[in-house]
Design a protein around this ligand. Structure first.
Ligand SMILES: [Zn+2]
Length: 327
């Protein structure tokens, strides 16, 4: 990706130098394309342009520093078509197909002529909501292009790759829909706990995703078997407990979750501290208790911010005791 950018810059410098001496020679040089010819739809093109303008690097735990700009340039470099998912591929979600022969996989080709597209879910295609949906579109584009760029080589998708795709897309688009803080994905229990806490674990495990790509296994922190996020004010009493995990030689992780809380929780709370140090909480219902029961038995569904410094609640947790926010 960097290489392409350098080549384009060099081409530009050459063109500029040539322009000083001869207009005719400049016209003979190929003009570097600044927009992908492989995106026809104006809304998708606008999403790509926004992504292309985001140059801040995202710091990943494994040392990589991708940016929105680099991901957008990858689309240009590889002529990747980006289209609405009107064909209902992958259940209508955003995705690209991945073709594997043995352990070697490609997003780019199924062996036939032509480059495989990235499909974007059509609920973002409404022109009357273009402005409102733009950040989410940027997030989805970043996530899918990250996969397509095969950051860990031509290998099958893994939980580790998914975590980084979610993290990169959330950071570049500022669409922070969940808490990433302290979940070091190079610690197996933290990687698994993040997927468990976001309710994504079962879906991906049912698709048969391995935990780590083989070439990342040497960098995994096997000294830590449980998830203890660094520097985070997580109040353990109110959180899902950490699983205990061990890394297998094939890159898969085996985890044991502690038993579910008793009595069975009725809701989860998500609390976050804002820039002023105020803590706000939101309640997520785990069963349908009905609107009237909800309002009478649990009037504080939205908990107002507490006073600064009074609470250290942060993150997701089951709430079963009188110490729960909002009770
Ligand atoms: Zn993904």
């Amino acid at each position: 990706m960097n290489k392409l950018f350098t080549l384009l810059s060099l081409a530009f410098v050459l063109m500029t130098l040539t322009a000083c001496t001869s207009v005719a020679q400049t016209a003979a040089l190929p003009t570097p394309s600044t927009q992908p010819r492989t995106i026809q739809d104006p809304i998708l093109l606008r999403g790509w342009s926004r992504l292309n303008s985001l140059t801040d690097p995202v710091q990943l735990w494994d040392g990589r520093t991708p940016s929105g700009h680099e991901l957008a340039q990858y689309v240009l470099e590889h002529d990747i078509p980006i289209i609405w998912n009107t064909q209902n591929v992958c259940g209508g979600n955003a995705c690209s197909k991945q073709y594997c022969q043995g352990d070697v996989c490609s997003h780019q080709t199924d062996g036939l002529p032509g480059i495989e597209p990235i499909y974007i879910r059509t609920n973002l295609s409404d022109p009357s909501k273009e402005e409102e949906n733009l950040n989410e579109l940027v997030s989805v584009l970043a996530h899918e292009i990250y996969h397509y760029s095969e950051p860990y080589g031509p290998l099958k998708d893994t939980l580790y790759e998914e975590y980084n795709a979610y993290y990169v897309s959330a950071q570049v688009s500022r669409q922070i829909w969940t808490n990433f803080e302290g979940y070091n994905p190079l610690q197996p229990a933290c990687l698994i706990k993040w997927f468990s806490d976001t309710h994504l674990l079962d879906g991906y495990q049912n698709q048969g995703l391995k935990t780590y790509p083989a070439n990342m296994v040497p960098t995994v922190d096997t000294s830590s078997t449980t998830c203890q996020p660094n520097g985070s004010n997580i109040e353990q009493a109110n959180l899902t407990k950490s699983p205990t995990c061990t890394l297998n030689p094939d890159g898969n992780v085996s985890c044991q979750f502690p038993p579910a809380p008793t009595p069975a929780p009725e809701y989860q709370v998500k609390c976050e501290k804002d820039a002023n140090g105020l803590v706000g909480c939101e309640t997520i219902w785990l069963k349908d208790v009905g609107a009237s029961a909800r309002s009478s038995a649990y009037p504080n569904r939205q908990v107002p911010p507490t006073q600064a410094g009074r609470s250290t609640h942060r993150g997701w947790g089951y709430c079963t005791s009188g110490r729960c926010p909002g009770r």
